[in-house]
Ligand binder design. Sequence first.
Ligand code: FE2
Length: 325
Amino acid sequence: MLKFLYYSIVSRQEHLEILPHKKDINLTVVLIFFFKKNYRSIYNYLQRLILNPKIRGFFINLELFFKKKNLLKSPIKLKKNLIELNKNGITFLSKIKSVNFQKIYHSLNKIDKLYSAYQNNRFYYKSKKSKKIRMGYIDTMNLISNEEILKLINNENIISIVNHYLGANAIFDNIWAWWSFAGNEKPLGPQNFHRDYNSLNFVKLFVYLTDVDENSGPHVFVKCSAKQNILTNTKRFSDDVVKQNFKKNKIIKIKGKKFKLFLANTFSLHKGLSPRKKNRLLLCILYSVNPSRGCPKVPILKIENLKYKNLYKKNKYLNKMYIKY
Ligand SMILES: [Fe+2]
């Protein structure tokens, strides 16, 4: 029985590497090994089962009890934004002068090789894109090797709000940038209302890298919905269902010039409208307390190869999943 359990969770190759000579396998050892190896997957699977915001809140507080909080001792920057984020689940940030957003846009716009999630799992070239393709994700390596983006992730004001909002020292967990191509108004995947379940305690920074008006896929967000036990299933919801359940003034459409920045708890109901006329490029950074499934298991970048070493060294804990010191 134990052997069966062991072989069903560990591949033969792993078995050979880890326990080469043992004939008798102790159940406790197997379970500890299984738990350690799969901790992140188990954690993320379980947190997706907790749908009620109040119960999620209970587990968030429980988890915070064990987490590092030394960074919360430093004074809160942009207190107004923090209050707004706590109240509505979203806050709009003023421009950050130390980051060259134009440079970020130019380097991402030049990338031709994109990944079309939600339609098929293949790469294609933007310059030769078929009209059927609706979205195009940029490879993560292109994003994390861009030091203007790393500078943005490490921005003092943003980290201060994020740490205080999450209630513990945050980690830079994941990053995405994607094109939403105009031409088809029928919503696809996250273009329908949904909640994100990336981790138990997380917040996302969004940056519009192109102008976003009515015709170029504005983000739609339901204020205060992160705290409401309404439409909490892990599925997509139609506009009508959302309108029936939430007041009109809570459903906001986020338009703005390029480089508009906002922090949002996307456990709140939200969607990105499908662009009608103009393509939209968006950058999204995930901060969390516990790593999500997409967070790297081993840091990919080496500090000695990076330009703004002092900044990253100052934020060792934040960058620990991506930068090897
Ligand atoms: Fe989402």
